[in-house]
Structure formats: structure tokens, C-alpha cells
Design a protein around this ligand. Structure first.
Ligand code: FAD
Length: 387
């Protein structure tokens, strides 16, 4: 391949920005286009475990993440009354890496944008691809700004509703709902709270994660079929009622949950997945991240898998090989790993939801007490494998 490569990344989300940095670090000339005008994002926070953190370290972002993130070694699972069920350790236990780091999404995107600019990427906000045409040597891209540019490679990092996937891979790979939803909101931190708590309740769980010394992030995951239209002005109240019902109206965390009633920033996300079968490229147009393999966030690894994608592609493009050989080596490294994490994440969600009746809830609580620590160890080992 003639170097330097000229690459367009479509989408400045979690994966796209890291890919842009990794590609610029191997000497590529990278442009990024992002349809949004700024970095505002729905959803207040996300976590990276050791595997995601080792990847962000490779692109020089770990230090920034450590500054605004909140570290923990794992989670404590409790029952609806707050009684301890098990302690799960996260992470790959590498020197210098926390087990899990929870971060405000906006801070991560701002830090990744700053780093991408520092390594020479050009980022065009409020811009998308209007048309693309490829031949054996290049892709000619017309941007929404009417500018035309030529690239060696275009990477669609345009998220779960990717236009590039739809256009070049087909509508059959559109997102599929999996029957679960996440209700998310920031809350004042509960007194004395230091680490993540997972509360298994009837038909789902409530996760409480400290994001800073003042704020915690509450995520309620429950089965909710269809796409009910909730009144936007009542989201805080509905999340509150769902959380209280899930916990059988117990006293545990009841005072903290009261704050949900006034929350005006509840994000409501029905879980959907995508899966594009081998290969994730059509000539010089590739797709990665949620565009290709959006997963339920049950191993906390959707972002991590997206972030790893761009880094692995950069490794392969840095080698002395043709573009198609680099793409095939990329697929050989990514497909089995991403598939395993994707499947495991979905299965874990179904296990959690299978707890609606009192008997099923007791079975689930017993599973968490006795079997979950081993299941967690297998997941840790899977994530710890090299990318
Ligand atoms: C409720 C929930 C909680 C989650 N929690 C975690 C977690 O704790 N840990 C974890 O690892 N993962 C988590 N995830 C998954 C994680 O958010 C995604 O896997 C990750 O954001 C995917 O990164 P991406 O870059 O592929 O897509 P995104 O981050 O979605 O970025 C896509 C970008 O492309 C832009 N875009 C879209 N269309 C166009 C276009 N036509 N032109 C230009 N730009 C475009 C979008 O505006 C966006 O900025 C969670 C997901 C959900 C739903």
C-alpha cells in the first residue's frame, strides 16, 4: 500500500474518534465527519473495563480518562433489601489499570476530540457523507458541505443506525430489538457510597455507579416489549415507579431514589443489537463498532469492542501488506472475539430478566450467590485475551 494512507472516518463517537487517533498514530492522514454539531450525547455515562482501558492507553487517552473517571474493582450484587449476594471482580488485573472506570460520555468525547486534533486529524462537525463512489484505487466522497475528496479507505463508525451499513451491506442488518430497555439518570450520590452496586430485583436490575464525589449514575434495566411511547414530561416519575416496583418497595436506597421523581434528564433506550456477518468491508468501504456489532451492555463492552476495532485495523494497516490482506487479517482477529462477547452479553441479559415471578427471582438470587462468580471469571478471561 502506498503511504501515507488517506482515510475518512464517518462518525465521531466513542469508536470513531479512537480509530481516528490510532490511524493518525501510524501516519495516516485522517478526516472525520460527524453529523452532529457538537459532542452532546444521550446517556450520561459508560464504563470501560481493563480491556477497553488497555486500548485507550494505546492511543494516549488513559491519563485523561483517569482524571474524570471513577475507578472501581468490580461490583457488589445485592438483593432488593440490600443484602449482599456476591462480589464480582472486573478487569484484567494489569499493572496500572483499574478493573473498571466509569466516565461521563461527554468528557470522554471531548478528551478524544482534543487528542485526535493533537495527532493531526481533521474533524468536520455538522457534516456527513452525501455520496460515495469507489473504484479499484480510491473512494470518491461528496460531503454534505458539497466538497469532494478522495480516500484510500472509508470507515463507517456511524453507530447502530448506520447509513453506510444500510447502503453498502443491506437493510437486512438493521437493528433488532431484544426486548430489554435501559432507563438512565444521574442522581445525587447516596451517602457513604463508594463502589458500584447492582440490585437484582423482580424482572431486572438497578445499577448505581458513582460518577464523581457528588453524582451517581442510575441505570434500570427491565424487559419491556414493543416501543411504548412514554410521556416525556413524566420520565423521572416513571423511572422512579419502575425502580421501586422492581425492588418490591423496600427501604433500601428509597431516599436516594426519591430524587428520580424530579429528574428532567432521563435517557430511555430500548436495547437493540446489530450483527453483520463476515466480512465487514465492501472494497474500500468498511464498517465497525455499533454499525457492525451493537450488543447489549451486559459485559460492559460495546464501547470497548468498538474502540478495539480501530486499533486493530491500525495495527494491520501499519504492516507491509496489501489493503485486502490487512482487512482479512483484521477480520481474523476481530470476528471470533467480538462474536463471543456479543453472544455472552445477550445471554446474560436473558438470565437477568428471567426473574419476574417470586420463584424465578429466588432462583436468580441463588444463582448470583453461587454460580455468578465463576461465570464472571470466564467473562474476565475472555475480555483479557489479546485483541
Ligand atoms: C444504555 C447503554 C449503556 C451502555 N453502557 C456501556 C458501557 O458501560 N460500556 C461499554 O463499553 N459500552 C456501553 N454501551 C455501548 C456503547 O455505548 C456503544 O457500543 C458505543 O458507543 C459504540 O461506539 P460507536 O463509535 O460504534 O458508536 P457511537 O458511539 O454511537 O457513535 C456513532 C457516531 O456517529 C455519528 N453519526 C451517525 N450517523 C452519522 C452520519 N450519517 N454521518 C456522520 N456521523 C454520523 C453519531 O452522531 C455518533 O456520534 C452502552 C450502550 C447503551 C445503549
Amino acid at each position: 500500500m502506498e503511504k501515507p494512507l488517506k482515510i475518512l472516518v464517518v462518525g465521531a463517537g466513542l469508536g470513531g474518534l479512537v480509530a481516528a487517533i490510532a490511524l493518525a498514530q501510524i501516519g495516516a492522514k485522517v478526516d472525520v465527519v460527524e453529523i452532529k454539531e457538537d459532542n452532546s450525547v444521550p446517556g450520561v455515562g459508560f464504563g470501560l473495563r481493563g480491556n477497553g482501558l488497555r486500548a485507550v492507553r494505546e492511543v494516549g487517552l488513559l491519563e485523561a480518562c483517569m482524571q474524570f473517571g471513577s475507578e472501581s474493582t468490580g461490583v457488589n450484587y445485592v438483593d432488593p433489601q440490600g443484602r449482599h449476594l456476591c462480589t464480582l471482580k472486573y478487569g484484567i488485573f494489569e499493572e496500572g489499570l483499574p478493573g473498571v472506570l466509569s466516565m461521563p460520555r461527554l468528557d470522554f468525547l471531548d478528551a478524544a476530540t482534543a487528542r485526535a486534533l493533537e495527532v493531526g486529524c481533521v474533524i468536520r462537525m455538522g457534516t456527513t457523507v452525501a455520496a460515495m463512489q469507489q473504484d479499484a484505487d480510491r473512494v470518491t466522497v461528496t460531503l454534505s458541505s458539497a466538497e469532494t475528496e478522495e480516500y484510500d479507505l472509508v470507515i463507517g463508525f456511524d453507530g447502530i443506525n448506520s447509513q453506510i451499513r444500510r447502503e453498502y451491506f443491506g437493510a437486512q442488518y438493521d437493528p433488532t430489538p431484544v426486548g430489554g430497555v435501559a432507563w438512565r439518570s444521574a442522581l445525587p450520590i447516596a451517602p457513604g457510597m463508594t463502589g458500584n452496586i447492582f440490585i437484582q430485583g423482580a424482572g431486572g436490575k438497578l445499577v448505581l455507579t458513582p460518577l464523581s464525589s457528588e453524582i451517581m449514575y442510575a441505570v434500570l434495566t427491565v424487559a419491556e416489549e414493543g416501543r411504548p411511547r412514554h410521556d416525556p414530561s413524566k420520565m423521572g416519575q416513571i423511572m422512579y415507579e419502575r425502580a421501586r416496583a422492581l425492588m418490591g418497595h423496600s427501604d433500601f436506597m428509597a431516599d436516594s431514589l426519591e430524587h428520580l421523581r424530579e429528574s428532567t434528564s432521563v435517557a430511555y433506550t430500548p436495547y437493540s443489537i446489530t450483527w453483520v456477518p463476515y466480512p465487514w468491508f465492501r472494497g474500500r468501504i468498511m464498517i465497525m463498532g455499533d454499525a457492525t456489532h451493537a450488543m447489549t451492555p451486559y459485559l460492559g463492552s460495546g464501547a470497548a469492542m468498538s474502540i478495539e476495532d480501530g486499533i486493530v485495523l491500525a495495527h494491520e494497516l501499519a504492516k507491509d501488506q496489501s489493503l485486502v490482506d490487512a482487512q482479512l487479517s483484521f477480520m481474523a482477529r476481530r470476528l471470533p472475539r467480538v462474536r463471543a462477547v456479543h453472544e455472552r452479553s445477550q445471554e446474560t441479559m436473558y438470565q437477568e430478566f428471567d426473574s419476574v415471578s417470586p420463584e424465578a427471582l429466588q432462583r436468580r438470587l441463588e444463582f448470583l450467590r453461587t454460580e455468578e462468580p465463576l461465570a464472571n471469571e470466564y467473562a474476565n478471561r475472555l475480555l483479557a485475551q489479546p485483541y
